[in-house]
Design a protein around this ligand. Structure first.
Ligand code: FE2
Length: 380
C-alpha cells in the first residue's frame, strides 16, 4: 500500500494520509510512539526501546510528505525525521467508525451448529508430526471451529502431553500434568460413573482458566460414551437473538465458581458466564453446573431474570441442534478451546472399559505456533 498524499492538520496534532482510495487521520503522538526506526524499536527483537515519558507531551508533526509511497514526517520539538511504511499504516489505521454489536467475534472465528458443521476437523498423528502444514491445518481448525480431532496417536499413557508440546506447553494443575478419566461398567463396582455428563467448560474456578483441553482415548469398548462438543459462541448468539436482556444479565454480572473438593485446595473465581471485552468482543464463556457457587453479584431485582437467562442458556446448550458428536477410538483424541466450546459425554452401558486421559494447555502457545507457520507461507 502506497502513501499518495499527506498533510498536517489540527496545527500539527495530526496528519491526514491518503492510502489507496482511503483517507486516514493519525495523531502525532500515536505516530511518534509507533515509529519503527532503530532508535525507537530494537532492530533485533522488535521491542520498543522508549517509554511514553521519553516522548514530549507537546509533540507535533511539523512537516509531512508522501515520498516514494512512504510517509515522511518531522516531529517537533525533537526535530527528528521518521518514515512510515504505507502498508503498515493501512494495517494499523484506527480512524473509522465501526459499530459492532456486543458479542461480536473476530473474522477468523466461524460459529457453528450441527447443521453448519458437517465435517469434524481431523488430522492424523503421523501427518502433524511429519508435516508442518498438517500441524498448521490442525491448529487453524481449533482457531476457526474451536476444536479438532487427532487420529492414530500412540496409545501409551501420557501421549496427550506430546500433542500439547507440538504447539505449546502443558498447563499443570492440582490434578497433575495430566489426569485419568476412567470408567468401568461393572455392577460390583460403582466407583466410576457411566452416567452422561452435562455439557460444560472445564475448571471455571481457575483464574486464568485453562484455555485448551485435550482428551485422549486409550480404551473404549463400551456401548455409547460418545463425546459431544457444542460451540458456546453459537449458543450465545442464539441466546442474544431471542433474549437480549438475558444476554445482558449473563454478560453484565459476575458468577462465582469454586472447587474445594480436596484437602488444601480452595480454588475460586469471580467471572461472568458470558465474558465480553471492553469493546463488546465475546471473549469467553464459563458453564459448569458442578462448580457454580452461590451467585452473589446480581442485584435482588434482577436475580429472577438472571436465573431465567441461565436456564435458557442451559436449554440451548442441551439442544441437539447445537451439538456435534463423535465416538473416540483408542489412539484418537480431541482438543477444545475451553473458553468457547462445551464438551459432554453421553451415558454408556454394556460391558467394557472407557479410559481417557485429559490435560490442559493454553491458546497463546497454539496461536503463536500457528502464526509462525502462517508466516512461513505454509498454509496457502
Ligand atoms: Fe470436562
Amino acid at each position: 500500500m502506497q502513501v499518495s498524499e499527506a498533510r498536517v492538520i489540527d496545527g500539527g496534532a495530526a496528519v491526514e494520509v491518503s492510502l489507496g482510495a482511503e483517507r486516514h487521520r493519525f495523531h502525532a503522538l500515536w505516530l511518534r510512539d509507533n515509529a519503527r526506526d532503530d532508535k525507537t524499536r530494537s532492530p533485533g527483537n522488535g521491542q520498543r526501546l522508549i517509554t511514553i515519558l521519553d516522548i514530549p507531551a507537546e509533540t507535533t508533526v511539523a512537516e509531512a510528505a508522501a515520498a516514494g509511497g512512504t510517509l515522511s514526517l518531522r516531529f517537533e520539538p525533537e526535530g527528528r525525521s521518521i518514515d512510515f511504511d504505507g502498508s503498515w499504516l493501512a494495517r494499523h489505521a484506527y480512524d473509522r467508525h465501526e459499530t459492532r454489536p456486543p458479542g461480536w467475534t473476530g473474522k477468523g472465528i466461524e460459529r457453528w451448529d450441527s447443521r453448519l458443521l458437517n465435517i469434524v476437523p481431523s488430522e492424523s498423528w503421523t501427518d502433524v508430526t511429519n508435516d508442518r502444514r498438517a500441524l498448521g491445518r490442525w491448529l487453524a481448525a481449533v482457531r476457526r471451529h474451536g476444536f479438532a480431532v487427532m487420529t492414530g496417536t500412540p496409545t501409551e499413557p501420557g501421549t496427550l502431553c506430546k500433542v500439547a508440546e507440538l504447539f505449546g506447553y502443558v498447563r499443570e494443575t492440582n490434578y497433575g500434568r495430566f489426569f485419568e478419566v476412567r470408567a468401568e461398567v461393572n455392577p460390583n463396582n460403582l466407583a466410576y460413573t457411566n452416567l452422561g455428563l452435562q455439557a460444560h467448560t472445564d475448571n471455571p474456578y481457575r483464574d486464568p482458566v485453562p484455555t485448551l483441553q485435550i482428551l485422549a482415548c486409550l480404551e473404549n469398548s463400551v456401548e455409547g460414551g460418545d463425546s459431544i462438543v457444542v460451540d458456546g459462541f453459537k449458543v450465545v448468539e442464539r441466546l442474544k437473538a431471542e433474549n437480549p436482556r438475558g444476554f445482558d444479565l449473563l454478560s453484565g454480572h459476575a458468577a462465582r465458581f469454586a472447587y474445594e473438593g480436596s484437602a488444601g485446595v480452595r480454588l475460586r473465581a469471580k467471572r461472568p458466564m458470558i465474558e465480553l471485552g471492553p469493546d463488546g468482543e465475546l471473549i469467553a464463556i464459563r458453564f459448569n453446573n458442578r462448580s457454580l457457587a452461590a451467585t452473589t453479584d446480581v442485584p435482588y431485582e434482577d436475580m429472577a431474570d438472571y436465573y431465567a437467562a441461565y436456564r435458557r442458556f442451559a436449554e440451548l446448550i442441551e439442544d441437539p441442534a447445537m451439538e456435534v458428536t463423535f465416538k473416540l477410538k483408542p489412539g484418537e483424541l480431541f482438543i477444545v478451546d475451553n473458553t468457547r466450546m462445551l464438551h459432554a459425554r453421553k451415558g454408556f452401558s454394556g460391558t467394557g472399559k472407557r479410559w481417557l486421559q485429559g490435560c490442559y494447555a493454553d491458546k497463546d502457545g497454539l496461536y503463536s505456533t500457528l502464526s509462525a507457520i502462517e508466516e512461513e507461507g505454509l498454509l496457502q
